[in-house]
Design a protein around this ligand. Structure first.
Ligand SMILES: [Fe+2]
Length: 381
């Protein structure tokens, strides 16, 4: 995120000696994007962060594609079984060359360290409680939290109450929309959130542990295990603009108008190839002749995924909590029959939904086959 944070101990000047009071020095590591030309943080370790003892085999994680009809879909993701940890428990649903969308029903804490080497991750907590522990510090997670983990962060995830989460793995960074930031990076007055809403990690004391540790590294199409000579959570301090952070969907301040506001007012994150929007509880349009429900629309350049998180989504019927609808490009869609007219005169909506609009067509993963509501594509009759 483009604001400066500092935790623990760092030397007054970068790339200079930081003395270890127990003898010797601490070891600096630069974690940076776009070579040495973009956002970065410097972190300081008890030991060199490069001590690899052993390298495991590459384990492939191919996604089996479901070749199916081009149609609107309703996927009942609440039927996915609880299984696994925050990495291995992910079930792929939709994907293209920019992102993969998973649902994870997590019932195990990670007994290894994890790092995504090729993707940035966004985890939306639908239900449950957990603790994200990283080399930058800890974030406590609960319902409605978006957790943004840029690539390269080493982390573990502890479960306090079984978690259901929507997960995006992105090939490009995930940021807040550029139009909401000034030339210095600060969020503008008309932004639906600001820096106070973004929570950076609480710092942890360094772990001084020289027993070998497994760091599982996610790569394109699979993962590889590395055995490190010591615990990677040995950080005595860090500073910079690069770190994991969280933002709760309930801190999104909705933008409303006298007539229907289009989806960009709900935008929360941007990346290359997709955007993420938060539909939150809000007052409806106040023009005396306003129709609050959206008009039928054809998004010709995007596939639209909506995850229904809470409440009664005003334009849909027949969907359940944790349902996902896919409205692919090229097919007009809109409120189900009756919902358009029903919305007239209503003053507010109580709902939470996360929308992901992709700019390239999505492929379907075979895992959606058994939870696909086949009647949905004819639900506008
Ligand atoms: Fe839509």
């Amino acid at each position: 995120m483009p604001f400066y944070q500092k935790r623990g101990e760092v030397p007054p000047k970068r790339h200079t000696i930081l003395e270890n009071p127990n003898g010797g020095i601490y070891f600096e590591e630069l974690i940076s994007r776009e070579g040495f030309s973009d956002i970065y943080s410097n972190i300081y370790h008890l030991r060199m962060p490069t001590k690899v003892v052993d390298i495991g085999e590459f384990v492939e994680q191919p996604i089996e594609e479901l070749k199916g009809k081009h149609r609107n879909r309703h996927i009942r993701t609440n039927k996915i079984k609880l299984s696994g940890d925050a990495f291995l428990g992910r079930v792929p649903l939709f994907y293209n060359s920019d992102l993969t969308i998973y649902k994870a029903h997590i019932n195990k804490s990670m007994d290894y360290h994890y790092r995504n080497g090729h993707h940035d991750e966004l985890i939306y907590i639908q239900e449950g409680k957990g603790r994200f522990i990283s080399n930058f510090g800890t974030l406590e997670l609960s319902e409605g939290d978006y957790l943004i983990i840029p690539r390269g962060i080493i982390w573990k995830f502890e479960i306090k109450l079984n978690i259901k989460a929507l997960v995006i793995e992105s090939y490009a960074p995930i940021r807040t929309p550029k139009r909401y930031r000034n030339k210095h990076g600060q969020h503008l007055e008309h932004s639906p959130f600001c820096e106070r809403d973004f929570i950076a990690p609480e710092f942890n004391e360094p772990v001084d542990d020289v027993s070998e540790k497994l760091v599982r590294v996610r790569l394109n199409n699979g993962y590889q295990d590395f055995i490190y000579a010591h615990n990677p959570f040995d950080v005595v301090g860090w500073d910079g603009y690069y770190f994991p952070w969280k933002f709760n969907i309930n801190d999104f301040e909705p933008i409303v108008g006298s007539i229907h506001q289009p989806p960009p007012v709900h935008q929360t994150f941007e990346s290359i190839g997709f955007v993420v929007c938060s539909f939150v509880s809000r007052l409806f349009d106040f023009h005396p002749k306003a129709i609050p429900a959206p008009y039928p629309h054809s998004n010709l350049d995007s596939d639209e995924i909506i995850f229904y998180s809470m409440g009664d989504f005003m334009s849909r019927k027949g969907i359940e909590l944790e349902s996902i609808t896919l409205h692919p490009s090229g097919i007009p869609h809109g409120p189900q029959p009756g919902k358009y007219e029903e919305s007239i005169g209503k003053t507010k909506t109580t709902e939470l939904a996360v929308m992901i609009d992709t700019f390239k067509p999505l492929k379907l993963a075979k895992s959606i086959q058994s939870i696909d509501d086949k009647s949905y594509s004819k639900s506008w009759l």
